[in-house]
Design a protein around this ligand. Structure first.
Ligand code: ZN
Ligand code: FE
Length: 255
């Protein structure tokens, strides 16, 4: 059986990820129903489940319309109130997608929002707005302590795990990374690669955990390059990885 994961562009820079085989499809974070419905009918696929990572409208806005056509199970975080979620999930729960032969385990990665979850299967991570390529989600509801915990959990996954995030923010994240992590030739090579992809209208995603550890400043808070840049920006060398992460996130918020 063949399993594919493809991005359906939505809004300005969202991707709704669609997992499918020859007949069944599952979508992650459908902020809008129409690109999903269009793809399903064009490819003769049946929706069999929906997974959402957090309550923001650009991730759940399509639920009601999808459920009208496909009354399928909707998986989502137990600690956020999301209309339409039928299967509330907490850390350590698992999600079996029988049609697709896939089982995800649920990770609590609260930080961007208070109940944000991620879905992990061997080699595959759907992390919503927690980790982006070369960046991370804003702290709307969580704390830097929670962000540190969430990012270190994701960083501990196998290096070859493909990272499916919800936004195409890579180039703007890389512009910040050039300043916040200046001495990183690996990142420069990646930036050139991503410029080419975007120039051809192609997604930069998925990334991988191993790649992010090399190029994402938010996963490199212990490196001299990042520490030096923070010290230059704030006038003070961070005394811990947590302090470095807090300063980095605050700096990115106003960059
Ligand atoms: Zn969000
Ligand atoms: Fe979002």
């Amino acid at each position: 059986m063949r399993m594919n994961i493809i991005p359906l562009p939505a809004f300005r820079d969202n991707y709704i990820w669609l997992i499918h085989d020859e007949r069944h499809a599952v979508v992650v974070d459908p902020g809008d129903a129409s690109p999903v419905l269009d793809y399903l009918s064009a490819h003769d696929l049946t929706l069999s489940a929906i997974m959402v990572t957090h309550h923001h409208a650009d991730h759940i806005g399509g639920l009601a319309a999808l459920l009208q056509t496909y009354p399928v199970p909707v998986y989502g975080p137990a600690s956020e109130h999301i209309a339409g979620v039928s299967n509330p999930l907490s850390d350590g729960d698992s999600v079996s997608l029988p049609g697709l032969g896939l089982t995800f385990s649920v990770l609590d990665v609260a930080a961007h929002t208070a109940g944000h979850i991620a879905y992990h299967a061997p080699g595959v991570l759907f992390c919503g707005d927690t980790l982006f390529s070369a960046g991370c989600g804003r702290l709307f509801e969580g704390t830097p302590e929670q962000l540190e915990k969430a990012l270190s959990r994701l960083a501990a996954l196998d290096g070859d795990t493909r990272v499916y995030c919800t936004h195409e923010y890579t180039l703007s994240n890389l512009a910040f990374a050039r300043v916040a992590d200046p001495d990183n030739p690996e990142r420069d090579r990646y930036a050139a690669h991503c410029e080419t992809l975007r120039a051809h209208g192609r997604p930069t995603l998925p990334s991988t955990i191993a790649l992010e550890k090399d190029i994402n400043p938010f996963l490199r808070t212990n490196t001299p390059s990042v520490l030096k840049a923070i010290a230059h920006h704030t006038g003070k060398t961070p005394e811990s990885a947590l302090e470095c992460l807090r300063e980095l996130r605050a700096w990115k918020d106003v960059f």
